[in-house]
Ligand binder design. Structure first.
Ligand code: IMP
Length: 443
């Protein structure tokens, strides 16, 4: 294989888990580099559905080293619950490793996430309420608790004795919520620490060693490019860096070790939570996208909220190609479009206030919400694609649709997924060794 980063090229929920599962088969090491249990990755193997939130889905392959990187935020209670469930289903967790430097989501983070959301009123983000933003905020403020702190009771006690009273001021005075007791958190989290300890290490060293041994490493992004803290639709973003650059800081590697970046997009588009979505369909088409295919029911894996649905947006996809330096794309859920008479693709935006046309995402984030989609229409294929296993087997209209996307985005489509099962996949180009976009030339 090679060292490959898989990123979501839309607003998250692109079907990355299926693509990472496909690639993880040949990976020696799979690394999650950001986010926490706000992610929900679903993989279907032999009729069994596995849902992952913190643990890399590479755990499905026995012997694969699965790393929770330092860029992640970890809720130990959720981690242990997920681990227990996976072990109960017979999965081997011996390859699991957790970075000592990852930050820990504490109970006050969960309380603050919910309280902040409520207090934002019309400015709410629609977070998953998993404490993600407050945990990263503490990391940046240098008041976070890292996994290594959990393992040292003295350090944990000292930090909690200092931090909990501060958090209680916010909880009690700002939000009128009950305070936490540092001593209770200390006992609860020391207990988690005992169970976590066996997995904790310097994961960056393992990755570097694997690079030197020419092993294959897969970096698994959670969420998506448009939810990236720096490059997404701020403030309607998550608090980490899902885009390809995040793999370096979040895993503790240099960019020189990355061979490929693969972007994953649905054949249409969805968004969970608040924020602009120019191609959103609130009428019949949106409902049809949401309802189509039981296995693909469009609800958030973590929160169960219905996903907002809309047409593929080339403006955003071109942006994702740019900020991630994508080499190729995996297009998922093509089968969801099987029954549409007409399929639309957004090719540019019109500013509703000025009437100006934009081929690129506007540089001023606030004007994004004023953008109306300009569409190109494609005839639907009105045939099932779910049993197609090569691009030639796809209806002509579906081939035209995909060819248009690849041309418009100037990015080859390597993989097309036509259903949730592992074998419902069309490999157009080898995603690892096939043609890639040549962005730069040395010399
Ligand atoms: P947070 O990550 O819980 O702070 O939520 C921030 C925004 O990101 C909200 O709009 C969430 O709905 C969205 N979000 C977070 N994680 C995911 C995900 O895994 N898939 C899709 N949306 C997500």
């Amino acid at each position: 294989m090679a060292n490959v980063v898989v990123v979501g090229a839309q607003f998250g929920d692109e079907g990355k888990a299926k693509v990472t599962d496909l690639l993880a088969k040949n990976a020696d090491v799979v690394v999650r580099y950001q986010g926490g249990c706000n992610a929900g990755h679903t993989v279907v193997v032999d009729g069994n559905t596995y849902k992952f939130q913190l643990i890399p889905s590479g755990i499905l392959y026995k012997g694969t080293v699965c790393i929770l990187g330092p860029g992640m935020v970890i809720d130990p209670k959720q981690f242990l619950e997920e681990l227990k469930n996976l072990k109960a289903r017979g999965l081997d967790a011996s390859g699991l490793r957790m970075s000592a430097g990852a930050h820990v989501t504490m109970p006050y983070h969960l309380a603050i996430d919910s309280a902040e959301e409520t207090s934002r009123g019309e400015f709410k983000i629609g977070t998953t309420k998993r404490g993600i933003g407050p945990t990263y905020a503490d990391k940046c403020a240098r008041t976070g608790i890292r996994v290594e702190d959990l393992l040292d009771r003295k350090v944990l006690k000292a930090k909690l004795d200092w931090l909990v009273p501060n958090k209680n001021v916010v909880l009690e005075r700002l939000y009128n919520l009950p305070p936490f007791k540092a001593s209770e958190i200390l006992e609860e989290y020391s207990e988690y620490a005992k169970q976590l300890a066996q997995y904790v290490c310097d994961t960056s060293a393992i990755i570097f060693q694997s690079v030197q041994e020419r092993k294959n490493i897969l970096f698994e992004g959670a969420q998506g490019t448009l939810l990236d803290l720096d490059h997404g639709s701020y403030p309607y973003v998550t608090s980490s860096s899902p885009s390809a650059g995040g793999a370096c800081t979040g895993a503790g590697i240099g960019p020189t070790i990355i061979d490929r970046v693969i972007g994953v997009s649905k054949a249409y588009m969805t968004r969970v939570g608040e924020g602009p979505f120019p191609t959103e369909q609130t009428g019949e088409a949106g409902e049809k996208l949401r309802q189509t295919g039981k296995a693909w029911a469009e609800v958030g894996v973590v929160t169960g909220r219905p996903r907002r649905c809309g047409w593929f947006d080339c403006v955003l996809a071109r942006y994702a190609v740019r900020v991630n330096g994508l080499d190729c794309l995996a297009i998922t859920k093509l089968d969801v479009l099987d029954e549409f008479d007409e399929i639309k693709v957004c090719v540019a935006y019109r500013n509703l206030e000025t009437g100006e046309t934009h081929n690129e995402l506007p540089s001023i984030g606030s004007s994004f919400s004023k953008m109306e989609a300009i569409y190109k229409s494609f005839p639907g294929w009105k045939k099932s694609t779910s049993s197609c296993r090569s691009s030639k087997e796809l209806p002509k209209e579906a081939q035209n649709y995909l060819n248009f996307l690849a041309d418009d985005l100037n990015c080859p489509i390597a993989i097309v997924s036509v259903g949730p099962k592992r074998d419902q996949t069309i490999i157009i180009e080898d995603p690892i060794h096939g043609p890639k976009r040549v962005l730069t030339r040395a010399g």
